[in-house]
Design a protein around this ligand. Sequence first.
Ligand SMILES: N[C@@H](CCC(=O)N[C@@H](CS)C(=O)NCC(=O)O)C(=O)O
Length: 218
Amino acid sequence: MSSIGFLYAPIGHPRARTVNATVAYTGLKIDRPEYTHFKDNNSPEFLAMFPHGKMPAFKSTSGFVLVEGAAIARYLAALAPESGLLPKSLDDHALVDQWCHLVESELFDNTVRTWLLCQGKFGPYSEELREIFTTKERRVLETVNKHLEDRTYVVGDRITLADITLANAMAFALPHTLDKEQRSNFSNVVKHFELIATEPSLKELFGGIKYTEKLIQP
Ligand SMILES: N[C@@H](CCC(=O)N[C@@H](CS)C(=O)NCC(=O)O)C(=O)O
C-alpha cells in the first residue's frame, strides 16, 4: 500500500487522537512530516497549505488539503470502507455523524473548557463557569450512558467512528473530570472506553490513560 498523504497531527495530542486512531484502526499508510506544535503551524509553509494555522491537518499525495479533526477522520475512514468505521446504511451513517458531533461538541469541548479554566486560560478561575461546563459535560454523559445501557457499540454491532470519537473524549475526561464517583455514575461509558482501549490497533493510543482520583483543580 502506498502512502495516501501527509498528516500533521502529533500522536497522543487530544485534538489529534481521533484522527490518529482512525489511521491506526484502518491501517492506512500515511506520512507524518516532522512537526513541532505551536512552531510549525505558524510557519509560512504550513500557513500556505492550511491558512487557519491549526492541526490536525492533512494533505493528500495529489495535493487535496483538509483541516478539522472530525472531517479528516471521516475522510480517512471513507478511504478504508472495509474498516466499517462508516456504516453502509445511510441511517446508521447519519447516526455515526450524530454521535460524533454530539460527543465532540458537548463532551470533549466542555471537558477541555474545564481544563482550560483550571489552567487559567480563560482569566481568573470562576466556579460559575466551571458549573456551566460541568453541567453540560454531565448531561451528555448521562445521555450516552443511557444509550449504552443495552449496547456494546454506539451504533450497530461493531466499532465505528462514533466509538473512536467517544473514546477520545473519554481519554481526556478520565484523567481530569471523572473521579471515582463520576465513573460509577457513568459506568456504561467507562466500560465502553475500556473495550475500545483494548482493541489491538487502538491500545497504543487509549491503553495508557490514567484515571484520576480527584477532579481537576485550578
Ligand atoms: N476544531 C478543530 C480545532 C483544532 C485545534 O484547536 N487545534 C489546536 C490544538 S492545540 C491548534 O492547532 N492550535 C494552534 C494555534 O491555536 O495556534 C479540530 O477539531 O480539529
